[in-house]
Design a protein around this ligand. Structure first.
Ligand code: LMR
Length: 397
């Protein structure tokens, strides 16, 4: 059966994580996978999560199934985080999913289903160049055609604004525009408020479908500010897709806690919900409950919410400080990288080619994702100067 199985494609992020694990050099430095670490290099369980877990252990009376949509209290709570208190959510359908990756696949399957039995072409999914390494593979695995739109100017570390809007100007009703809600992965380059306004006007006029991946809410400018842009799109569009991750902002990585949300319009809500249930049943049936129950408990308690918000704020500020310190340390080595301080979230891209990345790994035990993505949230403060030295060796102009 499996004799002629083609070789598996290796994942650019997970393969770096594995190579790092296998490296026995004590001074190794992991700037790969998007995981937050504190100043001492640990990824702690957040205190609010610990307390919610303690309560859950004491109070949970059953492990019986939830439902195909997962934890309904979690779904309502995430709708509020994403769309805001005042949002009219009657037009939206929300499903808890196994991480945002599970949500991406569920919504990709929904897009494919939306054309079955019609003679309309499958929608094209437009992905930023560059984008999260799993965006294109997940869309293609579902059978959707993928196109790329210009996004990052690698030399300056800024948005290719006019090229981006030129590409968006060509989109119509058969197009889906996949955007990062905040903290663009891998570049850290986010749309400005005026860009979101411009996009919202284009959505309203051209009728393409926005598909927002919000995996880092709270790591950019704050919980509300990080959702402000997508809320403009939600107001402007008749239909919209969204996936959400609690991996980073609740530190729940391995619990696979995410959501998929669809703005369907009140006429289509029931049909979309039914189809999402069918697609989930055929794939994973139900998402794991533990992480979602913790998030629901935190957001239902003003005390736990305040504790969580305080911890998340501290994480955001630490990453912002790390950006400043690394920029200064690079400047001291003669490398100008001021763009690092204009970026948001965990990641930035450095102008590193394959040779430089291999040299960093082999000579300095520094692990960077292919393309030059570094995770600033993974950087031990005490090792910033040492990293700047290693980078300067391979980045010197
Ligand atoms: C990352 O981009 O490093 C994370 O989102 C981990 C992942 O799932 O790839």
């Amino acid at each position: 059966m499996f004799q002629s199985l083609p070789p598996a494609a290796s994942d650019p992020i997970l393969s770096v994580a594995e190579a790092f694990r296998n490296d026995t050099r004590p001074h190794k430095l992991d700037l790969g996978i998007g995981v937050y670490r504190d100043a001492a290099g640990n990824t702690p369980v957040m205190l609010a999560v610990r307390e919610a877990e303690r309560q859950l252990l004491a109070q949970q009376s059953s492990k019986s199934y939830v439902g195909l949509a997962g934890n309904p209290r979690f779904n309502r709570a995430v709708e509020k985080l994403v769309l805001g208190d005042a949002a009219d959510t009657a037009a939206w359908v929300s499903m808890q999913t196994p991480g945002a990756s599970g949500g991406l696949r569920l919504l990709a399957d929904l897009l494919v289903s939306s054309r079955s039995g019609t003679d309309r072409p499958l929608p094209r999914v437009w992905i930023s160049d560059p984008s999260y390494v799993n965006h294109a593979p997940v869309m293609r695995a579902a059978g959707l055609p993928v196109e790329h739109y210009p996004y990052l100017d690698a030399a300056s570390g800024t948005l290719r604004r006019e090229a981006f809007f030129d590409a968006v100007a060509g989109l119509g009703q058969d197009d889906v525009l996949l955007l990062h809600g905040c903290c663009h992965n891998p570049s850290g380059v986010d749309l400005a408020a005026a860009d979101w306004q411009r996009l919202a006007a284009m959505v309203a006029k051209q009728g393409f479908i926005p598909f927002v991946d919000l995996a880092y809410q709270g790591f950019g400018a704050g919980m509300e500010a990080d959702a402000a842009g997508l809320r403009l799109l939600a107001d402007a569009s008749a239909e919209m897709l969204l996936v959400y991750s609690c991996s980073k902002n609740f530190g729940l990585y391995r619990e696979r806690t995410g959501a998929a949300m669809v703005k369907a319009g009140s006429q289509a809500v029931a049909a979309v919900r039914g189809k999402l249930f069918e697609l989930a049943r055929r794939s994973y049936t139900m998402p794991p409950d533990h992480g979602a129950e913790l998030v629901a408990r935190i957001l239902e308690s003003s005390e736990l919410t305040a504790l969580w918000d305080e911890e998340l704020t501290a994480m955001r500020l630490r990453v912002q400080t790390t950006r400043v310190l690394l920029t200064q340390a690079l400047a001291a080595q003669g490398v100008a990288a001021d763009y690092l301080c204009t970026h948001q979230g965990m990641f930035s891209m450095l102008p590193l080619d394959g040779k430089a990345i291999a040299q960093l790994r082999d000579e300095a035990a520094v692990y960077v994702v292919a393309g030059g993505r570094i995770n600033l949230a993974g950087l031990d403060t005490a090792r910033i100067d040492e990293l700047a030295l290693a980078l300067a060796d391979v980045m010197q102009v």
